[in-house]
Design a protein around this ligand. Structure first.
Ligand code: NAD
Length: 254
């Protein structure tokens, strides 16, 4: 069995997930790039960037709304590379809905991806990991820190991710498996560039001016923190969440 580490990353055909696969490539970590066929993102672009960085990866379709799909995705790591070390539950959707328009279907559809999808990914990872394994789930300042009007379902899911991660960390600690969360602020990705469900390009540009760091974040700036949390450099860190937001949430507003 090769010594190089192996990661599964959901939602890796775009945004933060894509940046993580590329970051991992530079560290010699091999990835199973999760791609969701319902979206137009091209996973081959992720694969090309991984190879340009000297890395190794395979692309695998995964829908985190399906346990069978997520299990097959995690199993691909074992079948392809003989091991699974890191599970990154990154896939997510963002939809706008006021509370009064929040039908049960809108609520459950959101939680199925952004919360239960994380559970499915961590569970499938845990089944295949051994001592030294690590997991990261992607939360959001919306929910983890702030409320966000028109996004109660998203915020509830992202807050729920933190309770999930803490409990998984406690449960898997004795097996030598760590679980942490990252809490991104405003990061320029297809999700945040969507003007209907998120801020869109103009909203992001405006919001960037109010961030102490002077701009919104890049996917690579979140990816490197996820990679740190899975690495042995964070070997005694578990059950924690790390905000990556350029100082957005610590700025006092009068
Ligand atoms: P993104 O839209 O580029 O990435 C999300 C990915 O999830 C996409 O590749 C999409 O195809 C995939 N996906 C959607 N539904 C899926 C499903 N059912 N099964 C599997 N994959 C599915 O946007 P991003 O910003 O890179 O998002 C990554 C994570 O970061 C998400 O969980 C998001 O909520 C979170 N986040 C983003 C920001 C931001 O400002 N961009 C802020 C906080 C948190």
């Amino acid at each position: 069995m090769s010594e190089a580490r192996v990661a599964i990353i959901t939602g890796a055909a775009s945004g933060i997930g894509r940046a993580l696969a590329v970051h991992y490539a530079g560290q010699g970590v091999r990835s199973v790039i999760g791609t969701f066929p319902g979206d137009p993102h091209d996973p081959q672009e992720t694969l090309r960037s991984v190879r340009d960085a000297g890395g190794e990866a395979v692309v695998h379709e995964v829908d985190v709304r399906s346990t069978a799909s997520v299990d097959a995705f995690a199993q691909r790591a074992v079948d392809e590379y003989g091991r699974l070390d890191y599970a990154v539950a990154n896939a997510g959707i963002l939809r706008h809905s006021s509370l009064l328009d929040m039908t049960d279907a809108r609520w459950t559809d959101m939680l199925d991806v952004d919360l239960t999808g994380v559970l499915r990914t961590l569970r499938a990872g845990a089944e295949r990991m051994t001592e030294g394994g690590a997991m990261v789930a992607v939360s959001s300042i919306a929910g983890a820190v702030y409320g966000w009007e028109g996004h109660a379902h998203y915020a509830a899911a992202k807050a729920g991710v933190l309770g999930l991660i803490r409990s998984v960390a406690v449960e898997l600690g004795p097996q030598g498996i760590r679980a942490n969360a990252v809490i991104p602020g405003l990061i320029e990705t297809p999700q945040s560039l969507d003007p209907v469900n998120s801020l869109g390009p103009d909203g992001l540009a405006r919001a960037g001016k109010d961030i102490p760091w002077g701009r919104v974040g890049t996917p690579a700036e979140v990816a490197s923190v996820i990679a740190f949390l899975t690495s042995s450099q964070a070997g005694y860190v578990t059950g924690q969440s790390l905000i990556v937001d350029g100082g957005l949430t610590v700025k006092m507003r009068a």
